[in-house]
Design a protein around this ligand. Structure first.
Ligand code: PNS
Length: 218
């Protein structure tokens, strides 16, 4: 895992979008043009309005993060460059039996992203789109590692769109080195004594080792 780099500036394309946003707004305010005297249809406005034009773009990256892997870290780093702010939303899921408590998972993510001013770590329960509405987020970020993720992710994205069409799901691909990494496999490998050094942040490796020593599930 390369060292975490502090990211304070949004991506270049986003800065360009913002720079052009006042002209975009002007274009949108123009009155509807009527056909000319020869009956020709008016040409469309030169600029297509951008969904990012109005305010800062807040994205939510939801998940269980039990535990955070380098694949998650990679997506969050990419998201922090793409959006003004990204909230890592850890699900308070009473039905699953997690290895790490929610407090531990929050702790880990906060430590890993301590140097990222535009990454927030939070928890939520209930509907994700309701949480997004409460936070004022217009984007849900999900990672897509392989085709096998696609069906489940598409179902979720379309269900979330059905529940709130104003929230857009954005899929991001992690670096190919992490396409086989999942929290479930990391826990299994750690429990059986395999190396997970390159697959998770150091703090996660340490905490998994502590849990194994303490006689927990790993
Ligand atoms: O890391 P995971 O476990 O794949 O994350 C799944 C998560 C948390 C994104 C999903 O279970 C979720 O959004 N739960 C909140 C409940 C909800 O909104 N359900 C309807 C969405 S289809």
């Amino acid at each position: 895992m390369p060292p975490l780099r502090r990211s304070t500036r949004p991506a270049r394309w986003l800065r360009r979008t913002r720079a052009s946003s006042s002209s975009t707004r002007r274009a949108m305010r123009r009155p509807t043009r009527t056909p000319d005297s020869a009956g020709r249809a008016p040409s469309p406005p030169a600029t297509v309005p951008s969904p990012f034009m109005n305010a800062e773009t807040l994205a939510i990256y939801p998940g269980s993060f039990d535990p955070l892997t380098n694949g998650h870290v990679d997506i969050i780093q990419r998201g922090s460059r793409l959006f003004d702010r990204i909230v890592v939303g850890i699900l308070l899921n009473v039905e699953k039996a997690p290895l790490f408590t929610v407090a531990e998972r929050v702790d880990i993510a906060r430590e890993v992203f301590a140097e990222y001013p535009n990454v927030e770590v939070d928890t939520f329960d209930g509907l994700l789109v309701e949480y997004a509405r409460r936070k004022g987020a217009g984007v849900i970020v999900r990672g897509l590692r392989a085709i096998s993720d696609f069906e489940y992710e598409m179902q979720m994205a379309l269900m979330n769109r059905h529940l709130n069409p104003e929230v857009e799901t954005v899929f991001m691909m992690p670096a190919e080195t992490y396409t086989y990494v999942s929290s479930r496999l990391v826990k299994e490998v750690a429990a059986l004594g395999g190396s997970i050094t390159t697959l998770v942040p150091t703090i996660v490796e340490d905490r998994l080792r502590d849990k194994k020593r303490a006689g927990g599930k790993s």
